[in-house]
Design a protein around this ligand. Structure first.
Ligand code: ADP
Ligand code: MG
Length: 316
């Protein structure tokens, strides 16, 4: 594990944040690491998993740990774009006023995003990529951090509208929580009241420190040979018989930013081929559209990525 033992006040922000999240979410270091990487890369994170595995708890713990404002939207089939963005309402002065919707926050938990209609999904996804919303010709921008943690049920659940590829591309990475181990689940059960109280989560950093760290992440170096490796890996996704649509240039930029964040989390100021290999599944997986033949043949995006990693020579 990249964080362990006692945490000292003078530890870096990412270590303090990981400890804070781990005090609430047991036994999920990988999910915590990926969430932190997505946030440091100034991205949004898609959590794909079944109900009851700690997704909401993780999102709340994250917002509290960084003292960011938090709101949650439960997506349902009848949710409208205005339920997310807000709408014009008539004030007592007879004037129209814009009533801001729940999207005006710093950490937004978009729960079960694939249960809303595509039109409502796209209202959120627009806000995510532009970091602003436009209503009746007025543009409202989001000051400071804006991180969407969206959850979706596994795609074979009933009554869901799968997110289109172009919208999935808005998420820096996709992660799964997974069920707890026997040890962790037993520990959870024996605690009176169950679970690990969110109420005890204290802020570990100010918004200013978080902004400063994100700035440092942008300074992490990527040597030419490592950059070429990243580009070749991305290009290879466009050149595979099982893939109908490969990774876009936007996906390449996102992988680059995520690798800078992973390097930073591991206390390096340069990206290594390891960072790229480690993040290939989480960053590229949801960006690959497989051919129908591959899907029916039981080939997964993970299988394809494993092949790509073997095909592209690793720089020494
Ligand atoms: N790995 C875990 N560690 C600690 N608590 C967990 C874990 N997985 C689930 N829980 C607990 O299960 C309950 C349901 O979690 P919740 O965050 O509401 O799930 P979800 O949003 O995925 O449906 C909470 O009390 C939460 O603390
Ligand atoms: Mg939940």
């Amino acid at each position: 594990m990249w964080y362990s033992g006692q945490v000292a006040e003078r530890e870096g922000l990412t270590t303090r944040l990981a400890h804070s999240l781990a005090s609430v979410i047991r036994g999920k270091p990988r999910a915590l690491e990926l969430l932190i990487i997505g946030a440091l890369a100034e991205g949004h994170v898609l959590i794909e998993d079944v109900p009851g595995v700690g997704k909401t708890t993780l999102a709340k713990a994250f917002a509290r740990s960084l003292e960011l404002s938090f709101s949650r939207i439960q997506f349902t089939p009848d949710l409208l774009p205005t339920d997310i963005i807000g709408s014009q309402t008539l004030g007592t002065d007879g004037q129209l006023h814009f009533q801001k919707g729940p999207v005006f926050t710093q950490v937004l938990l978009a729960d079960e995003i694939n249960r809303a209609s595509p039109r409502t999904q796209s209202a959120l996804l627009e806000a995510m990529s532009e970091r602003q919303v436009t209503v009746d010709g007025h543009t409202y921008t989001f000051p400071g951090p804006f991180i969407v943690l969206a959850t979706q049920n596994p795609l074979d659940f009933q009554g869901t509208y799968p997110l289109p590829e172009a919208q999935l591309d808005r998420f820096t990475l996709r992660l799964a929580m997974g069920y707890p181990s026997e040890e962790d689940e037993l520990e959870m059960l024996v605690r009176e009241g169950g679970g690990f109280p969110l109420g005890e989560v204290k802020p570990v950093a100010s918004e200013a420190e978080f902004a400063e760290v994100r700035q440092q992440v942008r300074q992490v170096r990527v040597e030419p040979r490592v950059l070429l490796y990243l580009r070749r890996l991305v290009a290879q996704t466009r050149n595979n018989d099982n893939v109908a649509l490969g990774v876009s240039p936007r996906g390449a930029i996102t992988l680059y930013r995520a690798c800078q964040a992973r390097a930073f989390v591991h206390s390096r100021d340069f990206v290594t081929p390891d960072d790229i290999q480690d993040l290939a599944y989480a960053v590229l997986g949801h960006r690959l559209m497989l051919t129908e033949r591959a899907r029916y043949g039981g080939i997964s995006t993970d299988t394809v990525i494993t092949t790509l990693l073997k095909e592209v020579p690793v720089p020494r």
